[in-house]
Every structure is written in structure tokens, then in C-alpha cells.
Design a protein around this ligand. Structure first.
Ligand code: NAD
Ligand code: UGA
Length: 460
């Protein structure tokens, strides 16, 4: 019977997921731990480290009731009936597999901590996204020393998307639980299933082998990213042929076999997972001797990088081949709206390229300015001095030669563009990297508008 749950890793997944479980399972006590004491302090403060719509309300309900954020202690580990591992698994930056493989050092550390202090019988659940066969490796580490099987290791990947994390956790499309095929493995899977059954309909809880579960997670992210790269590749064709990518997305997406979601062209996908998970999948394929399969998936990442390069080139071409000393208002830095997360944000790549070209940038974002400041700190030369951070978009745009929209925050759609136009240098440009704004209206106001995958609207 599961009474005490521990979660190792208080990040974008661990914090919100445990808060939601605590909310839906008042009969279970949850403790979230992290090696970073600042993270724990933030989770215990009024300003959470993660911005997610609806999250503050959930945390306020359960914190101090049946959810605790605390430092790691042997006692907390020993008390757990079930331990989620939610640590980061970034792309490895050193040694064998650098730039492709997942860096599993945080994983291994967590496993060793569990081994040192957990009681036999504790169920260990991998929630982090990991390469196929990681659960098996963890199981070996945990069970080798003492001989016999003392710990069941389950795979339970997380499918939430940032910005909609609370909604996704409240009503998941599916919950995947991978286990060993043995009787003990299936019993452990049913115990975890019992936790989810507090609010998830039974038919949405899928039981598979650990390997299928691990590979399904990589596959789901690879498929989603592939759709974005597919539509982005066609946006390049549209720009050469006067076809319109929004019309293409609509026409293609109306086929129910294809579906309409994840067909929005733009400057490409960001976030901490799509690139990393495709690279991890490709590494796995290469290691398995499947070079062609690896190449197939890596082309999705290459197309994403190409899209950023194309967008920056369009800015340079339109601004008469130089942005040196020009003021550019950067609208949006987060990798998507409704989050403060800037990991692998396309905005960072666009800004770095524009700074290389000696532009001056005024960055505005409703939630991600602190992270933007951190990401753009320590740049070589005087690049850092050419960036300012401005919470007010009107002030960011004041005196700018161009507005460069990189995140589709709905707040940007509601601005008074007549007022913005009045305060800008002329000719004034809008580069809409997310096709968010009303281009006809902007053109009517006097802007030159350069979208993605459709003809620019220029006054000359
Ligand atoms: P994150 O970096 O926000 O959080 C990870 C946390 O783990 C950090 O706070 C870090 O300090 C902590 N940590 C690292 N090693 C530790 C250790 N040995 N002991 C205790 N704490 C430790 O990462 P995230 O975005 O929450 O992602 C976690 C995992 O979930 C990744 O594998 C990711 O691929 C996967 N995932 C992420 C998302 C998402 O939307 N961010 C969605 C689904 C799956
Ligand atoms: C993604 C998946 O959607 C989640 O299911 C998964 O759990 C998660 O990765 C993960 O494993 O980390 P997330 O990266 O948070 O979630 O956000 P998405 O909504 O998938 O957006 C990813 C990127 O793609 C964003 O930069 C977004 O702007 C971009 N995107 C999305 C497009 O460019 N076009 C689209 O049509 C959709």
C-alpha cells in the first residue's frame, strides 16, 4: 500500500506533477527533494521557480497539507514506499556520445542515493525521459549488491507540455506504466496505477513493458517535432512560390488522418526536450547499427536550425543588409507562451545572431526576462551592453527600427500597434516569427511586415 511518495528533482516536471498528485490523493503524503537548496526555498516561497497557469492555486492547497518541499535526507528516502526520479537528463556535453547521448550522471547519483537509504520493497519510478533500457540498468544497480530483487523499477514517462502543465496533469491523454513482465513487476505497476486511478479513468492507463514505455516517450516527442519541421520546411517553399503556409496547414490538417494540431509554422521548436530526445533517439539508433534511421530523425533537428537561420537572413535582407547599431525590439524570449522557461529557446539563437551583427536589442517578455538576462549574460566583447530588458513592450519598441516577434504571447496580439508605430524609426518593420499578428492591419498602419511562409507586405 502506498502511503509515502518521494520525488527526487523539484524542476518543471517534479514540482507540478507531485503537487497535482498531492491534490488528487489526500490519503498519500508526498515529499519533493532536490540537491539545489535554492529550488526548495523557492518552492516554499510565494514566488514559485516555475511559472504555470493554475499552479500557484494547486500548490497553495496542498503545501503543508500532504506535500512538502525539503532537502534530501536519509530519513525521507527510508520512509518512501515509492520514489519518482524526476531529475534532468540533458544532452551529454563531454566524452563518448557528446552532443547526442543523454547525460545520465544525475540519474546514476539518484539511484545510488536510493540504494544507500531506501528500504527493500520500495518501488522506483523513472519519470525523467531516458534512453531505452535505463530502467534495466537502474534495476541492476539497485538489486546487484544485495542479491535477489528488492526493488521494482517502473517506467512512467511524463507527457505534460509546459504552459499547460496543470491542465495536462489533470486530464492526461494517457498514463503509461512500463514494468517487468514478472508477477512482482506487474504488482508494482498496479500499485502505481492505483495512485493515478484517484483521478484518471482506468482506460487511459496503459500497461506495457519498460522498454516500450521508454521508447514510446522518445517516439512521441520525435513525432511532434517532426510535424513542426515538416510544416516549417513547407514554409520555405511558400516563401518562394507565394503560397500561404497558414492556408496549407489548414487544408492539410482538415484531413482527420493528419489532424490539425502541431502544424503552426514559425521559427522552430524550442524547449528542453525535443532536440535532446531526438538526439537521444538517434544515438540509440546509431548504437544499434541503424545509421539510416538515426539520419532520418536528425534531419528534423537540422530543419529546425535551418528555420532560425532563414529567419535571421530575412531580417538582414529586409533591413538593407545591416543591423549594426540598429535598435530591435525582441517580443518574447520564452520557448513558448505561458512559461518562463527559455531552455533551447529559438529566441536565444536569433538574439545571438543579431548581436553578432552588432544590433542593439530591447527584450521584452511577460514571464521570462530573468531567464533571458541569465541566458544573455557573459557574452564576448561588448555584446551584453547592447541588450536591455524591458517589462513594458511599448518602451521596448520605442525608438526601434524593427519589432521581432519570437514568442506568441497573446498579450502581444492585444497591443496598440498604432501607438507602437508612432514611436518607431521609419521605415518600421515587423518580423513575425510566429505569424501571430494581424499582418493586413499592421501594413495598413504603415509597417512593413515579414511573416513566415507567406508573402511579405512591403510599402516599397
Ligand atoms: P529540471 O532541470 O527543471 O529539474 C530537474 C531537477 O533535478 C533540478 O532542480 C535539479 O537540481 C534536480 N536534481 C538533479 N540531480 C539531482 C540529484 N542527484 N538529487 C536531487 N535532485 C537532483 O528538469 P525538468 O524539465 O523537470 O525535466 C526532468 C525530466 O523530465 C527530464 O528527463 C525531461 O526530459 C523530462 N520531461 C520534461 C518535461 C518538461 O516539460 N520540462 C516534460 C516531460 C518530461
Ligand atoms: C513537449 C511535448 O508537447 C510534451 O508532450 C512533452 O511531455 C514535453 O515536450 C517534454 O517531453 O518535455 P513542450 O516542449 O513543453 O512539450 O511544449 P510544446 O507545446 O510541445 O512546444 C514545443 C515547441 O514547439 C515550442 O517552442 C513551440 O512554440 C513549438 N511549436 C509547437 C511550433 O513551433 N509549432 C507548433 O505547431 C507547435
Amino acid at each position: 500500500m502506498i502511503r509515502n511518495i518521494l520525488c527526487i528533482g523539484a524542476g518543471y516536471v517534479g514540482g507540478p506533477t507531485m503537487a497535482l498528485i498531492a491534490d488528487r490523493c489526500p490519503d498519500v503524503r508526498l515529499t519533493v527533494v532536490d540537491i539545489n537548496p535554492d529550488k526548495i526555498a523557492q518552492w516554499n516561497s510565494a514566488r514559485l521557480p516555475v511559472f504555470e497557469p493554475g499552479l500557484e492555486e494547486v500548490v497553495r492547497r496542498v503545501r503543508g497539507r500532504n506535500l512538502t518541499f525539503a532537502p534530501i535526507t536519509p530519513e525521507a528516502i527510508a520512509a518512501a514506499d515509492l520514489i519518482f526520479i524526476c531529475v534532468n537528463t540533458p544532452t551529454k556535453e563531454y566524452g563518448e556520445g557528446a552532443g547526442m547521448a543523454s547525460d545520465l550522471q544525475y540519474w546514476e547519483q539518484s539511484t545510488r542515493t536510493i540504494l544507500a537509504h531506501a528500504k527493500p520493497g520500495t518501488i522506483v519510478v523513472e519519470k525523467s525521459t531516458v534512453p531505452v533500457r535505463t530502467a534495466e540498468a537502474v534495476s541492476r544497480i539497485l538489486n546487484f549488491e544485495r542479491g535477489g530483487t528488492h526493488f521494482q523499477v517502473l517506467s512512467n514517462p511524463e507527457f505534460l507540455a509546459e504552459g499547460t502543465a496543470v491542465r495536462d496533469l489533470e486530464a492526461p491523454d494517457r498514463v503509461l506504466i512500463g514494468s517487468e513482465r514478472s508477477e512482482a513487476g506487474q504488482a508494482a505497476a498496479r500499485e502505481l496505477g492505483w495512485v493515478y486511478e484517484h483521478w484518471v479513468p482506468k482506460e487511459r492507463i496503459l500497461y506495457t513493458s519498460v522498454w516500450s514505455s521508454e521508447l514510446s516517450k522518445l517516439a512521441a516527442n520525435a513525432f511532434l517535432a517532426q510535424r513542426i519541421s515538416s510544416i516549417n520546411s513547407l514554409s520555405a517553399v511558400c516563401e518562394r512560390t507565394d503560397a500561404d503556409i497558414t492556408e496549407i496547414s489548414r487544408a492539410v490538417g482538415m484531413d482527420p488522418r493528419i489532424g490539425g494540431r502541431f502544424l503552426e509554422a514559425g521559427i522552430g521548436f524550442g524547449g528542453s526536450c525535443f532536440r535532446k530526445d531526438i538526439q537521444s533517439l538517434a544515438y540509440l539508433c546509431r548504437e544499434a547499427g541503424l545509421a539510416e534511421v538515426a539520419e532520418y530523425w536528425l534531419s528534423v533537428v537540422r530543419m529546425n536550425d535551418y528555420q532560425v537561420a532563414r529567419f535571421v537572413k530575412a531580417i538582414l535582407d529586409s533591413l538593407f543588409n545591416t543591423v549594426a547599431d540598429k535598435q530591435l525590439a525582441i517580443f518574447g524570449f520564452a520557448f513558448k507562451p505561458e512559461t518562463n522557461d527559455t531552455r533551447d529557446a529559438p529566441a536565444l539563437q536569433v538574439c545571438l545572431r543579431l548581436l553578432q551583427e552588432q544590433a542593439r536589442l530591447a527584450v521584452t517578455d511577460p514571464q521570462a526576462l530573468d531567464n533571458a538576462r541569465r541566458d544573455l549574460s557573459g557574452l564576448p566583447g561588448n555584446a551584453g551592453e547592447r541588450v536591455s530588458y524591458e517589462p513594458d513592450p511599448y518602451r521596448a519598441a520605442s525608438g526601434a527600427h524593427a519589432l521581432v516577434l519570437l514568442t506568441q504571447w497573446r498579450q502581444f496580439k492585444a497591443l496598440d500597434y498604432e501607438r507602437i508605430y508612432a514611436g518607431m524609426h521609419k521605415p518600421a518593420f515587423v518580423f513575425d516569427g510566429r505569424n501571430l499578428l494581424d499582418h493586413e492591419e499592421l501594413f495598413r498602419l504603415g509597417f512593413n511586415v515579414v511573416p513566415i511562409g507567406k508573402a511579405p507586405r512591403l510599402h516599397f
